[in-house]
Design a protein around this ligand. Sequence first.
Ligand code: NAG
Ligand code: NAG
Length: 229
Amino acid sequence: MANPRRGSSERERESTNNPRSWLKVQALHALSSAKQLLRKPHAFPVLLFFFLLLAWLSLQFHSNHRHNSITTNHIDDDDDDTLANLARFKSSSSSSPIIKDTRGWLLDPVSVARDSALLGGAVSCESVHVGEIRPGGLRGNHRHHFCNETFVIWGANTVFRLENSRVADKGYAQVVVSGDEVAVATSPRGIAHALINVDPIRTTFFIGCQDSMANSSSSSTDYNVWKDL
Ligand SMILES: *[C@@H]1O[C@H](CO)[C@@H](O)[C@H](O)[C@H]1NC(C)=O
Ligand SMILES: *[C@@H]1O[C@H](CO)[C@@H](O)[C@H](O)[C@H]1NC(C)=O
């Protein structure tokens, strides 16, 4: 029969034999010393420190979380333009080489690519595609085996991704063309490319100049190259 009037020393002795009740006793000790501490005049700075620590931890968590969601959406694009075979120009600055007069910009994609030392593009436009990509939309994500292509991209914040084995791990280079820029980019035959409008409002416009006529043979193009897009 248990005796309800057992002394505390006896209870503690028993609890050291039982790890669970020993933990409980330790927790009660910690709690009562915390209570005593909070009654003292230095409790306020201690509490303040504690809340600042919580706020800092929460900020760390949120910024990590945001960083992860950006990388999984692939908007974390700081690769070098040269790795993406891309040259960019301001569309409104008067010092921009694509602006000849006050009417605005005008360019020949083939000669701009050549002058910017972008290799592997089309040297003539046998087949031309002109189009738009609305916010959130994707075009490309394919690989043509029998044509080299030169792009002009403008109008909105747009991700340009180009297959590139020199980029370790990823195997592609990816950059963002901003809405106030005009970009010229080349994608040699056998190299995959994708354009994604990452702008919340504006529409991307583009021209794709290919140096051979579209080939209806399905083996001439690989589709859905990147599964994350
Ligand atoms: C079309 O594709 C076939 C392979 O499917 C290839 O042999 C041929 O050269 C291609 N033609 C052109 C014009 O690219
Ligand atoms: C594409 O580029 C390669 C290498 O510059 C060239 O040999 C080829 O003739 C070009 N055009 C096509 C349709 O493959």
